[in-house]
Design a protein around this ligand. Structure first.
Ligand code: DLL
Length: 431
């Protein structure tokens, strides 16, 4: 454990810390960010009205559109001469979201990423193969700072150039790798193609995140790279990677949210009402300590649930894996669909690999989904029995009839280093 005092703090103590941080945060944003002052004034709210976390529901949500409306620096709570770094995340439409960090914020960033890496199995003295992209994306530099703080040697490979990644994995002998789960699949594929035995590699742990993934990909990557793979979650608006992290020895039970810095809520996606622990809804964060770019009740659009784990090593709350983003959810003939649901069904078949994509078309007035999925090596895609069984399982588990196309290994586009989109929506063109 990297910072055992903070990570195992008794809940009452954690709440007291969060309460103190929340009331100071609310004052800071009211005084320094015109957007928040105006939001408060419109509903007649005063910073003194927010004394504890019990009052947090009085605060309005902050949404991505609010950040866009204040592009690029309007949400900063500190003057530019106190800003030490700027990142941006490119949305699918419009202007990117711009975020800033003071020196203290970069310290928090390093701290939470160091905790996350340790939680994933990394230790001081190990080497980190960092295949997250360096640049405006928070992945590369974020993991870099945290690994340095933990006492690791960072290999700043960045994303892409797969051939070079393999050489470094073989020659530099990193014990830990971090990248997107889809890029880990690409690397696993390439190792197999070249006949490189994972026993010849030093790598033991993979820290995967930045896009939704399920146990199907975990099995493939763990086998293909010879690692224990754990989930890292985060978003630029809250800090970057390291908002939450799964413990490598508690796989499948959720990821610890570092709630001394990031206070989570899960709310109903339609009404915005807070939901009880364990219920699935939209994840919302309040950054308790950030100086340059604090957010109050930031609506992430990510769908998951949160709950405490009485058997966990740490006291902080855990979040389930992200099912998908509310704005990536498909509504097909009235049924809500996330691509991760299809991934889970694929995982039930030994002869299928989680290299897949969903093609969405319009056929007359109806939307139609085609699942393209690769078979594993030595299994012919012309397998009517397998195709029929997958079609039935998809219908049984998801409640939708989908077209199934089995493909040969290697025929579906792979991640070239960054986030992979598994949905190809062709409806706009075919209307
Ligand atoms: O993706 C930060 C990050 C970098 C996280 C490296 C983990 C590792 P953004 O580009 O702002 O930041 O994208 C944030 O990506 O709201 C989620 O929808 C998605 N996302 C991030 N991590 C996960 C994850 C980075 N572990 C958006 N599982 C978030 C599912 C994830 N989705």
């Amino acid at each position: 454990m990297y910072n055992s005092r903070l990570e195992t703090m008794p809940l009452e103590e954690l709440r007291a810390l969060q309460n103190a941080r929340l009331s100071s945060l609310v004052k800071r944003v009211y005084e320094n960010v015109p957007f928040y002052k105006q939001q408060f004034d419109v509903i007649g709210l005063h910073p003194e009205d927010i004394k504890t976390l019990e009052d947090i529901h009085k605060l309005p949500f902050t949404k991505k559109t609010d950040l866009r409306d204040n592009y690029p620096f309007g949400m900063f709570a500190k003057p530019m001469d106190e800003i030490r770094r700027i990142h941006a995340s490119s949305g699918t439409t419009g202007k990117p979201t711009v975020v800033g960090y003071t020196e203290a914020d970069l310290g928090v960033f390093d701290e939470v990423v160091a905790r996350s890496l340790a939680c994933a199995g990394a230790r001081p003295g190990m080497k980190l193969h960092n295949a997250y992209g360096y640049g405006l994306f928070t992945g590369g530099l974020g993991m870099h700072g945290g690994a340095t703080k933990l006492g690791m040697a960072v290999i700043p490979v960045s994303g892409g150039m797969t051939e070079r990644q393999l050489t470094i994995l073989q020659d530099f002998e990193p014990e830990v790798i971090c990248c997107t789960p889809s890029y880990a699949q690409t690397l696993a594929d390439e190792l197999e193609k070249r006949g490189i035995d994972t026993d010849s590699l030093a790598v033991k742990y993979a820290v995967l995140g930045a896009e939704p993934w399920t146990e199907a990909i975990r099995s493939q990557v763990e086998r293909g790279l010879g690692v224990r793979a754990s989930n890292i979650y985060g978003l630029s608006e809250v800090i970057g990677p390291g908002v939450s992290q799964e413990d490598f020895e508690e796989q499948g039970s959720g990821s610890y949210i570092w709630e001394d810095h990031f206070f989570p809520e899960v709310v109903d996606r339609d009404s915005g009402e807070p939901l009880p622990y364990g219920e699935e809804g939209v994840l919302v964060f309040t950054t308790l300590t950030k100086e340059a770019f604090p957010v109050l009740r930031y609506w992430t659009n990510d769908i998951c649930s949160i709950n405490y784990d009485p058997n966990g090593k740490r006291t902080h709350i855990k979040m389930s894996t992200i099912k998908g983003r509310a704005d990536d959810m498909l509504i097909i003939r009235g049924v809500n669909l996330f691509h991760t649901q299809v991934e889970e069904v694929i995982h039930m078949f030994d002869y299928l690999s989680p290299n897949y994509r969903l093609l969405v078309d319009k056929k007359g007035a109806m939307d139609k989904v085609t699942v393209e999925v690769e078979t594993v090596a030595n299994v012919e895609p012309e397998n009517e029995d397998l195709r029929g069984r997958l079609k039935k399982k998809v219908k049984d588990f998801i409640g939708l009839s989908m077209e199934i196309v089995l493909k040969s290994p290697g025929s579906i586009p792979r991640s070239q280093g960054g986030k992979l989109s598994r949905i190809v929506d062709r409806r706009v063109k075919s209307v």
